[in-house]
Design a protein around this ligand. Sequence first.
Ligand code: SF4
Length: 209
Amino acid sequence: MTRRQCTGEYKIKPIKKKVRELLGYPYPSRIPKGVFVEQWVGISTDEFHRAKDADVKYMRNRHPLIDLDWSRADCVRYLTSIGLADTPKSSCLGCPFHGNAQWRHIRDTSPQEWVDVVAFDAAIRQGNARANAAGNRLLGQAFLHRSRVPLGQAPIDHVTAAEWAARQEEFNDGTTTVEELEGGVADGCSPWACRGDVLLAQDDFGLAS
Ligand code: SF4
């Protein structure tokens, strides 16, 4: 897995920008002390460790599911009771943490989105255009699927235990389990609880201050 900027670039920066706009203090205005938004983040009790304070004073995080003492199972029970039992984990369409089940779901239920993710996978083969231009070229090639095969041809259909054993060598990273290959990373992803624990170390819009 290479360094990713997805959460920082595409979620946190735009949210901070919008929050500043809503507060009436767009960057680089200084936000007065005591002016803030309250932001509700849906972290359940079984992922308590992912609940964090915001990193700026103009946003205060609240975690209503934790206040309610709701676990993931409680959420599923509630969603089922209102007819939303199939609510998926939150994630971006082209997330490299998807398992085969998520890739198949996109392919089999949303052909246009499948075309998009296959094209996106092809577009990242040589890495990040900005990093390449800055001289930090990717050594090798990038792929969305763990097999390091272009997504359109990757083995995303269900694999049996025997097939998986035969493929271990092909995957050769020594860390992927058959459960992860199928179901992807267990946690959902939100701007404030990214699957990859990506931190926005540097903010070139000054939004982190
Ligand atoms: S779901 Fe999270 S880790 Fe995956 S691409 Fe989106 S922001 Fe990145």
